[in-house]
Design a protein around this ligand. Structure first.
Ligand SMILES: *[C@@H]1O[C@H](CO)[C@@H](O)[C@H](O)[C@H]1NC(C)=O
Ligand SMILES: *[C@@H]1O[C@H](CO)[C@@H](O)[C@H](O)[C@H]1NC(C)=O
Ligand SMILES: *[C@@H]1O[C@H](CO)[C@@H](O)[C@H](O)[C@H]1NC(C)=O
Ligand SMILES: *[C@@H]1O[C@H](CO)[C@@H](O)[C@H](O)[C@H]1NC(C)=O
Ligand SMILES: *[C@@H]1O[C@H](CO)[C@@H](O)[C@H](O)[C@H]1NC(C)=O
Ligand SMILES: *[C@@H]1O[C@H](CO)[C@@H](O)[C@H](O)[C@H]1NC(C)=O
Length: 428
């Protein structure tokens, strides 16, 4: 069920509440390092009441006990990963305390404070010990040295929003531990950042483009969602910076989700931003994706460049979705959802369909890193109260109000994005 459907019907109260909550969550996105805009005041006008609080005292998340017994799976007849044969989508999270992340937010200097949950005071640690196990095959473990050899002499660039930066920092942190101090460096900028592994002559880069196409709000952020206009046919100016890169990993999703409709503009005319058209979000999204697809198809040399697209990263704003009626968004969640094929309202099916349709018609093969299903289980993986707001850690007063201040969009590092990179690693 998508925004489009909501928009045609009569808006019911929960939907309207949902929209307000969506606005509250979009504020989190607009507090990137890239801007000095302070969002604190916006929260004052938002009302985001707890819905259905304690109406039904249903038991939590099915059976939530940890399943880690090796007896679960006495004969493992899964095959080695083969991209043609195996879907990484269907599987389960297995708890395994002998899994230790390759880094922590203290040992890896490149984790933004926004994702440094442990440093910011998160003291539960189970979320670090879950491993994604596809049903049909064995996903190879991430191996930093092998990963570096695979990108030797190459540039890999993550392009997209703050979730993509989440993934980029995870990748950098996963490999940096095996590189001596003198052989690595980081150059950070507001739009473009690059980590260099000198002995491998490789760079791992991030490029800020939250809609992929241009807009009037991604560099100079507009606080009022009504003023945001997305130039659905403009990509060339930004995309110049993507030329010559060997591995491109794109995403775009969560910035689109600020309302039922998105304002789309195309062409450059003297009347500036006046000639926009308002469409259901999925329609504007499709137009922008087509622009991106055209650029790829007309520009990319498939002999040189591999293209990936990371599917939408789920948000966990509605605890009702996973049956925790007494919860508050993702706050205080410490275990994944175990219900098979759990799919929350934070993952819009019409947006996913737009991606499938557009990519399906492209000439250049694009590998979809389909992280949506596996991440949707991970209500425990978000920054929650241990992230940042407007470039600052949360105050105690804010921490006491998780309904408004818990970040259930971004992910702790180390954490869930490490598994996305494990997936990427398998395809490299
Ligand atoms: C847990 O991880 C260890 C070390 O990586 C591995 O040997 C073991 O098979 C894993 N156990 C399960 C149940 O997956
Ligand atoms: C973890 O932090 C919470 C408050 O943030 C505190 O109540 C709890 O005692 C802490 N637990 C441990 C094991 O330190
Ligand atoms: C390093 O990689 C770049 C491409 O990223 C390439 O142009 C250059 O020739 C490489 N240099 C060496 C010494 O391999
Ligand atoms: C890509 O490589 C193939 C085979 O190596 C070659 O036939 C083709 O011309 C190349 N395409 C481009 C655009 O260079
Ligand atoms: C967090 O969850 C634990 C049980 O998992 C509970 O004991 C604790 O009271 C909760 N904390 C808050 C602030 O709700
Ligand atoms: C990703 O996986 C889901 C199922 O988990 C599927 O519905 C969706 O179509 C897939 N998306 C793409 C772009 O392949």
């Amino acid at each position: 069920m998508g925004w489009a459907k909501y928009a045609r019907g009569k808006l019911s109260l929960p939907v309207i509440t949902g929209i307000f909550c969506a606005l509250a969550f979009i504020v989190l996105l607009y507090t990137e390092r890239i801007t000095t805009f302070s969002s604190g005041s916006l929260f004052g006008i938002k009302t985001c009441p707890r819905r259905n609080v304690a109406k039904i005292k249903k038991h939590h998340i099915g059976n939530r006990e940890l399943k880690s017994s090796p007896l679960d799976n006495p004969t493992d007849d899964r095959f080695e990963f083969d991209p043609e044969e195996c879907s990484l989508n269907t599987g389960k999270w297995v708890f395994n305390t002998s899994i230790k992340p390759f880094y922590t937010d203290r040992t890896c200097p490149y984790v933004d404070r926004q994702y440094s949950c442990s440093k910011n005071g998160r003291n539960d640690s189970d979320y670090l010990h879950w491993e994604w196990k596809p049903d049909d095959c064995m996903l190879p473990r991430f191996d930093p040295k092998v990963a570096l050899r695979k990108i030797q002499g190459k540039r890999i660039m993550f392009v997209g929003d703050s979730i993509q930066r989440n993934m980029w920092e995870s990748f950098v942190c996963l490999v940096q531990s095996v590189i001596p101090e003198s052989q690595k460096s980081m150059k950070s900028g507001p739009v473009h950042s690059a980590f260099t592994a000198k002995e491998y002559n490789a760079t791992i880069e991030f490029y800020w483009a939250p809609f992929l196409v241009e807009s009037n709000t991604d560099i100079h952020i507009k606080a009022d969602p009504k003023q945001r206009i997305i130039k659905v046919d403009s990509i060339a100016e930004r995309a110049k910076q993507w030329l010559g890169v060997d591995i491109l990993v794109f995403n775009t999703y969560v910035w689109w989700m600020s309302g039922l409709k998105a304002k789309a503009l195309w062409g450059e005319f003297a009347n500036g931003e006046e000639g926009y058209e308002e469409f259901d979000t999925a329609v504007s999204y499709t137009l922008a994706l087509r622009t991106w697809a055209n650029w790829i198809d007309s520009t990319i040399d498939t002999n040189k460049t591999k293209v990936f697209f990371t599917s939408m990263s789920p948000t966990h704003q509605r605890n009702e979705d996973w049956g925790n009626m007494n919860g508050i968004k993702c706050f205080n969640e410490t275990r994944p959802v175990t219900k098979k094929e759990h799919w929350g309202a934070g993952s819009k099916i019409d947006m996913m369909k737009a991606v499938t349709d557009v990519i399906g018609r492209m000439k250049v093969p694009v590998t979809v890193l389909n992280i949506t299903q596996l991440s949707d289980y991970r209500i425990d993986g978000h920054a929650s109260l241990y992230g940042e707001l407007g470039g600052k850690l949360l105050t105690d007063k804010q921490k006491a109000d998780p309904l408004h201040f818990a970040d259930c969009i971004h992910w702790c590092l180390p954490g869930v994005p490490d598994s996305w990179n494990r997936m990427l690693f398998a395809y490299l």
